[in-house]
Design a protein. Sequence first.
Length: 359
Amino acid sequence: MLWKKRSRWIGGALLLGGGLLALAMGAAPANPAAPFRAGSLLVTPAPPHAGFNPLTAIPGALAANGFPARPPGTPRWWVKLVRTAQYVYPQLRQMNNTVTTQPAPGGRGAPSRLHSAATTGSCFTYSAPTANWAYNMDNCYRYNAIQATWTVPTAVASLFAQSTYSTAWPGLGLGTNSSHQLFQAGSESNVTWVLDRNGWQHYTSTFPWWEVYPQYPYSEELYSLGITPGNTLHVSVQYIFSKGQVLFTVYNESSNQYVSLYVSAGGFGGYHAEWVAERPEQGGFYSYLANFRSVTFTGAEAESGGVWRGVGQEAHRYGSMYDARQDDAEATDASPGGINAAGNGFAVAYQNPGDRDKP
């Protein structure tokens, strides 16, 4: 989960909610296949080895070659990825975000924080709204991998002269501490306003990103992999317990290009898998939520012990995103719909921009 705000270059200036912010961007290594640092994290590009045949490979060999685990039924997109997709070496922009350690308290009568548990034990279905997530979450097992597919949404302006932000992502873990980290990757769709000599202008931005929290509480934009609204995006997050590494794979099926990279990581409990639409945090406050209309997760599955299970095939937690302070007439900002018939997908619908509440 990202509890943070990302920024974006617009017209030669870096904008953050109408202001300016310094951007940290490392130079590309002379050898694009060489490991490099993203803050405290060691990042290793993961292109496939020459002559490797992913169609007959065992799971460990797939991960060693930077490919996501084979989903149930070996779907068409996975075959297309491993057979024909072009590997793009990762080039990153570190976004100077602010973060919080957890989503807001459950609210509306919820007795405690949504993500208080560090192990399994809450394997039953119930609703737990938060101030920044509209989501479904499984925590019946110890998970090794999570995947999801969605169409990158278009953000449209819903507030005059107020920048709005939204993210969609699957993730593993909670990020409560260094022993129970959160690994997440997804897309961000924003509307940014700027005042120039012609008056107020707004711009949209869309990009993929990943993050390891709290070990390195900054999102990294994958700017070498271009995405645009309407693209079909497949995201896989896999933790390799034997190596203490997380493997991120982000595949733009529309361009048939993907980035895959290993990231060094500390402790990971593995007891939570979640699929989320979120409003990030900005400057110590939740941002206004961008109007993304709707985002539909399909193939939303997590793997435990070699078995893949859809988001709705086990008991799970779910919740809407709501106005934490309850100080306006539009209390719900986004809501997840019902689980699909296959048990592995659901849509999240935008409702309101919400308030800039403090976590």
